[in-house]
Design a protein. Structure first.
Length: 387
């Protein structure tokens, strides 16, 4: 391996994004943020690195094991590279925008870095785009967030979406109501995570009845709601199920064709969520498009909900962009003509030295068109005056 090859190597989970993929990713991110802005979500741009004690405070503790740390040579304080932008936006809402009117709608897009990838997402650096709505506790806010996630993805071109709705605080509420010891809770949590009905049944009594029923309730939304309504759950757990039904009703009123499923026992990936949460999938695409849910803003405990979309997964759901159309301007082309062509929407590539065969040079550089007299000709012989 020579020195040039060694310099091209990158750590596991990191990669260079090359043309045309880099431009495609930026364009998709812009479409997503545009969809957020059109619905009243104002963009914020937090820093890539923050002091560790603020980045990992409160709900940020859930990202502690996934966060890169470094020493700030100026302040001599430990800093962390953001592994999730949600916590940063929550910090902004609680501090810089503490006096802004509620509900506060914020949007963001940027890269995050994690210590390690997952089986479904081996990438350690990827772009997030998302929103947070801070202040409201109403079910309408949960429905708005889920609908915005699917609407934005649809406007970006992602098809065949489905939403899996979760209640990550439901099992802890039942465990408290049953007064289960820590060891039993851990064993049941592992059984539920692996969807092991037999292991859940071993617990016996009311725990086996409730948790087994919740495990069987997983699936299409109508089946899940019917199963949950049939259970005589404690008041707090029952209230979460009622909230789920209300949110589903609001979503269906706005998007009756959206596929909805429910997994009332899933909690992995929702460690800092405090209520109804969700994951968005696209049929036939590896990994989730995004996820979100309820949480409390660090510092003041203010209610909030939001989502993050993962651009690496989103791009897998879209057709490859190709190189697009570009127009070669032979050496010596008048600058005013080049400006006029760009104003018409052309991407222009200027020749830097005189060429004996401008068409061959244009082809070598990957251009698709070249000016000929007063027309624009497509390389390969056909001409195209349209833009």
């Amino acid at each position: 391996m020579n020195d040039s090859t060694k310099k091209a190597l990158l750590p596991d989970g990191l990669r260079d994004v090359l043309p045309p993929d880099a431009a495609h990713e930026a364009a998709v991110a812009a479409r997503l943020v545009g969809a957020f802005a059109a619905r009243g979500y104002q963009r914020v741009d937090p820093p890539l690195v923050e002091f560790e004690d603020s980045l990992l405070d409160g709900a940020g503790q859930a990202m502690a094991t996934g966060t890169f740390r470094l020493m700030d040579p100026v302040s001599q304080r430990m800093m962390g590279v953001r592994a999730d932008m949600t916590i940063q936006v929550a910090r902004i809402a609680a501090t810089r925008l503490a006096n802004a009117p509620r509900p506060l709608r914020l949007a963001y897009a940027g890269n995050v870095l994690r210590v390690r990838g997952s089986q479904l997402r081996p990438e350690r650096q990827f772009m997030q785009a998302g929103v947070e709505i801070v202040g409201p506790e109403e079910a309408a806010a949960d429905a708005e967030i889920i609908l915005l996630a699917t609407d934005a993805l649809g406007e970006a071109g992602v098809e065949n979406l489905s939403v899996d709705i979760n209640l990550p605080t439901l099992i802890p509420a039942l465990c408290r109501a049953l007064d289960l010891d820590e060891e039993t809770q851990v064993a049941l949590r592992e059984a539920l995570d692996s969807k092991d009905a037999a292991a859940v049944a071993v617990a016996g009594g009311q725990a086996a009845e409730w948790l087994g029923a919740l495990l069987r309730a997983t699936g299409p939304v109508d089946k899940a709601l019917a199963a949950l309504k049939a259970l005589n759950l404690p008041a707090k757990a029952s209230a979460e199920c009622d909230r789920l039904e209300e949110v589903v009703g609001l979503i269906r009123a706005a998007a009756p064709d959206l596929t909805l499923t429910v997994d009332p026992v899933e909690h992995r990936g929702f460690e800092y969520q405090t209520g109804l949460s969700f994951t968005v999938f696209a049929r036939g695409v590896r990994g989730e498009m995004g996820r979100g849910g309820r949480y409390h803003v660090t510092g003041n405990g203010e209610p909030a909900t939001g989502f993050s979309l993962f651009l690496d997964s989103v791009l897998r759901a879209l057709p490859h962009p190709g190189n697009g159309r570009s127009l070669y301007l032979p050496y010596g082309t008048d600058a005013a003509r080049g400006a006029a062509l760009r104003a018409e929407g052309w991407v222009t590539v200027a020749g830097l030295t005189p060429e004996s065969d401008p068409a061959a040079e244009a082809w070598r550089l990957g251009c698709t068109h070249i000016p000929r007299d007063n027309e624009i000709a497509e390389l390969g012989g056909s001409s195209d005056n349209s833009n």
